[in-house]
Design a protein around this ligand. Structure first.
Ligand code: IMP
Ligand code: MG
Length: 224
């Protein structure tokens, strides 16, 4: 009797879980990743059984903005440019930005700098470490440093100082998101795709503990 009841409970549990997954999949198909904004506070999709992600900047919005951003960069006539994306968070943004720069006729060289200040946390450790250095010679060159988020400013300031110490001719910075927070260091970015509310964001290359980088939009994790 006890075994039969347990089996029935298990079967009902599995059914509920299956129905939930189908509802989530349908929601994804219906809403798509392109809809919803942070301001409307609309919950768009569930990527797993734990978290929902609110869309802040959709894939379409980002694509439109990046074409304009590339035009802003091209207007500055940065000859012989080296683009230095800061990994890992900026890898999707940098890839799309580089293709937008190509569309507008620019021919930059690219090298990567891997820095770490967040580890697996949502809070900056306050110290920035080099995990992988640039290989290209930046001395005498125009350099555009690309990062995903300008938050405290420590990461970008660190990267700027590093490239400056190597004798770059000029250094410009470009971020996907500039958070509306007080900076720990005095730094203004030259190019920015979007201003962003003071919330921890994921997607479009950005992670929390290595998750959500694959999402095609920028969103906010809603913990259930
Ligand atoms: P900052 O040094 O405090 O300006 O932080 C910038 C770095 O922290 C960026 O390179 C990002 O990779 C990371 N970061 C800051 N805020 C977020 C966030 O909301 N989501 C994901 N990464 C973030
Ligand atoms: Mg980063």
């Amino acid at each position: 009797m006890f075994i039969i009841c347990n089996f029935e409970c298990l079967a009902v549990g599995v059914m509920i879980s299956l129905i939930r997954k189908v509802i989530i999949a349908n929601d994804w198909a219906r809403a798509g990743p392109e809809q919803g904004t942070f301001n409307k506070g609309k919950k768009i999709l569930a990527t797993n059984d734990v978290d929902d992600i609110e869309v802040i900047f959709s894939a379409d919005e980002i694509a439109v903005r990046l074409e304009k951003l590339a035009a802003e960069i091209a207007d500055r006539n940065l000859a012989d440019l080296i683009v230095v994306p800061i990994l890992k968070g900026s890898f999707v943004f940098a890839a799309d930005l580089l293709r937008a720069l190509h569309h507008i006729g620019m021919t930059p060289e690219v090298d990567f700098l891997t820095l770490s200040s967040y580890r697996n946390s949502k809070v900056s450790s306050g110290t920035v470490e080099i995990l992988r250095d640039v290989e290209l010679e930046v001395s005498g060159r125009n350099v555009l440093i690309v990062d995903d988020v300008l938050d405290s400013g420590r990461t970008l300031a660190f990267a700027k100082d590093l490239i400056a110490a190597r004798g770059a001719k000029s250094i410009k910075t470009c971020v996907l998101l500039e958070k509306t927070v007080e900076r720990a260091v005095n730094l203004e970015t030259d190019f920015r795709a979007f201003m962003c509310p003071d919330t921890f964001v994921v997607g479009y290359g950005m992670d929390v503990a290595h998750r959500y980088r694959e999402l095609p939009f920028v969103g906010r994790v809603v913990e259930n």
